[in-house]
Design a binder for this molecule. Structure first.
Ligand SMILES: NC(=O)c1ccc[n+]([C@@H]2O[C@H](COP(=O)([O-])OP(=O)(O)OC[C@H]3O[C@@H](n4cnc5c(N)ncnc54)[C@H](OP(=O)(O)O)[C@@H]3O)[C@@H](O)[C@H]2O)c1
Length: 305
């Protein structure tokens, strides 16, 4: 029997790449989703509501590992209702997975919780490793509550790893979905003054970090899951134009970012915040990045036709 990995919230952008990666490593993959159960594909979907213990508990019992990717996207207007859903979807899913693990006759060997570098807030040029202090904006508050819920899980027989993700770069959506389209339409100028740092990770390296977290008994606690080379927004946009064969585009001034974000139903702060994070703990563990540099990462995601 293949070892089973349960991906809670695995139907989204990251899960869609992580599932085939884990299947290729000969794992059985089960996705917990608010959609209906379905066992016709290579990945089995099991219904849950993300907050209540139910029949899905059986998928967790005897699993090799649980990876929690659940969370309503923060890429929306931060109205009171959206704020509540952003926090609740994260905290509730962590809590109920903790309760499920506590009930298991055979608890999973590892619980990998996905979180974000948003916990550091806006740090300008300052380099953030895992010991950096939290920020003071809404996204920081979300991350603090998310991590506190994970911290409070008492699972003596399950190793716990928390990955603070940077912006995940991959094909078919995520951060590069909209940015790639804008750049193709000759709207790929730097955002604001372009000096804000973006901590990023290629989806392949993220999948490899998740599988390392599942398999490597030495990995425990909090890790920045970012490439070792964060870039400024101006550098990112320049490399994106290069990868997509587009010429220089005029910068998008901050007031236009604010108007554009409002029109697109999101928050300008998400495009203007500066986070210069480094994966200190993964580097100490000698994690070998396949895509440490932005140019190679983008060339892989947008290959020459
Ligand atoms: N992508 C990035 O660049 C990035 C960066 C930093 C952190 N992260 C974090 O990584 C995780 C996965 O990211 P992703 O890009 O794969 O996100 P995604 O595409 O939005 O997928 C997240 C999944 O969470 C579930 N979900 C959404 N709203 C929910 C709610 N209200 N209650 C319960 N479940 C809900 C959905 O599954 P169902 O609809 O099937 O139930 C969805 O497929 C998220 O927590 C995100 O915050 C992502």
């Amino acid at each position: 029997m293949k070892p089973r990995i349960v991906l809670a919230g695995g139907s989204g952008f990251i899960g869609q790449s992580l599932s085939p990666f884990l299947l290729s490593k000969n794992y059985e993959v089960i996705v917990l989703t608010r959609a209906g159960s379905d066992d016709r594909g290579a990945v089995r979907n099991v219904h849950w509501d993300g907050k209540t213990l139910d029949a899905w508990l059986e998928s967790v019992n005897g699993a090799f590992a649980v990876v929690n990717l659940t969370g309503r996207s923060i890429n929306c207007r931060h109205t009171p209702e959206n704020r509540r859903e952003i926090i609740d979807s994260r905290v509730n899913s962590v809590r109920v997975l903790g309760q499920a693990i506590a009930r298991c006759a055979q608890p999973p060997k590892a619980f990998v919780q996905i979180a974000g570098v948003g916990i550091y807030g806006d740090k300008g040029n300052r380099i953030c490793d895992e010991t950096a202090s939290p920020g003071d904006d809404f996204v920081t508050k979300v991350c603090e509550k998310w991590e506190a819920a994970f911290d409070s899980i008492d699972a003596p027989n399950t190793r716990k790893v928390l990955l603070r993700l940077g912006v995940v770069l991959g094909p078919n959506g995520g951060f590069l979905g909209l940015l790639g389209r804008l750049t193709r339409w000759f709207l790929g100028g730097q955002v604001g003054n372009g000096r804000q740092y973006i901590s990023w990770i290629h989806i392949t390296d993220l999948s490899r970090m998740v599988s390392a977290s599942i398999e490597n008994w030495e990995l425990t606690g909090v890790f920045n899951a970012t490439s070792p080379n964060p870039v400024t927004n101006a550098e990112l946009m320049r490399e994106l134009r290069r990868a997509l064969h587009r010429p220089w585009s005029p910068p998008v001034p901050e007031f236009a970012v604010r108007i554009g974000s409002w029109l697109m139903g999101t928050e300008a702060s998400l495009a203007l915040v500066s986070q210069r994070c480094v994966p200190k703990r993964f580097l100490e563990k000698h994690f070998a990045f396949e895509f440490p540099e932005q140019r190679e990462a983008l060339a892989n995601i947008f290959p020459k036709r």
